[in-house]
Design a binder for this molecule. Structure first.
Ligand code: NAP
Length: 258
């Protein structure tokens, strides 16, 4: 018997794919979406032996992306929404193309907000439901050379915390999963492979932490002791020091590309 239906964005690779596998292992039916249909179909064919899987190909950065997705699914059936799809563009803001910045904001902020705004009222009306927003340790501090990405993740964390209070007593919860560097294609996009291996989390571990935090209705989960220590340390330092160290790290990274 199904435990419910989970809608996962960005399930074609990385953390989203690992979350899909984890939810399927726990008996949830899946609606998985992303642009790479072949990856989604491959995942679906593996998981369909265990649970029902609906594949919806969709570009969520497109202004009509979320509306197109909602037309293809039964939003009323969604018990868990996982807003995982996200992208990062490294580099100095003044060198970046506005179209790329706009694309990032459209996906990391606008699509997440629009989808949550569409699904949440149905959950509140029903008196049950859970939302998992994939934020980042970058939600907690500025990250020079990933400035727009970090700002977008600060938005995700802030939105999640506010909603968690607004939703008290409704039966609906919202959780921010804040991973540190995790071994996915995004690390290559961020040009951040140059870190000691102990700083790189596995997608499987991050997915399990996200699932557990969601089930416990936690508001914020930072996977891994090193990431927790780094966030706690930064919280107790002056902001000039935190952004200054971030700037030095960005300079080191640009001189030693991965
Ligand atoms: N990896 C890390 O170090 C790390 C750390 C902290 C937080 N995160 C967050 O984790 C989440 C997942 O990233 P990941 O690390 O697993 O990277 P990933 O493997 O690159 O996954 C990104 C996912 O987003 C989807 N996506 C990208 N553009 C899209 C679009 N326009 N429309 C619909 N889907 C789109 C991709 O699918 P398609 O390309 O098929 O569309 C893919 O499934 C992101 O929100 C990221 O910010 C990652």
């Amino acid at each position: 018997m199904t435990k419910g239906t989970v809608l996962i964005t960005g399930a074609s690779s990385g953390i989203g794919e690992a979350l899909a596998r984890h939810f399927a292992g726990k008996g949830f039916d899946l609606i998985i979406t992303a642009r790479r249909t072949a990856n989604l179909e491959q995942l679906a064919s593996e998981l369909k032996t265990k649970v029902n899987v609906q594949v919806v190909s969709c570009d969520l950065a497109d202004p009509n992306g979320v509306s197109n997705l909602l037309q293809d699914i039964d939003a009323e059936s969604v018990d868990v929404l996982v807003n995982n799809a996200g992208i990062a563009y490294p580099g100095k803001f003044h060198d970046q193309d506005y179209d790329d910045i706009y694309n990032l904001l459209s996906l990391n902020i606008m699509a997440l907000t629009k989808l949550t705004n569409a699904v949440l009222p149905l959950m509140v009306k029903r008196g049950s439901g859970k939302v998992l927003n994939v934020a980042s340790v970058a939600s907690f501090q500025p990250v020079p050379s990933l400035s727009v990405y970090a700002a977008s993740k600060a938005f995700v964390l802030s939105l999640t915390e506010s909603l968690s209070e607004e939703l008290k007593g409704t039966g609906v919860s919202v959780t921010a999963l804040c991973p540190g560097l995790t071994d996915t294609d995004l690390v290559d996009d961020m040009q951040a492979r140059n870190v000691p291996p102990f700083l790189m989390s596995s997608v499987k571990g991050v997915a399990k932490e996200g699932f557990d935090a969601l089930m416990n209705r936690e508001v914020i989960r930072i996977p891994g002791l090193t990431n927790q220590a780094a966030v706690t340390w930064a919280k107790h330092q002056p902001r000039w020091l935190v952004r200054g160290l971030g700037g030095l790290f960005a300079q080191f990274n640009s001189k030693n590309p991965s």
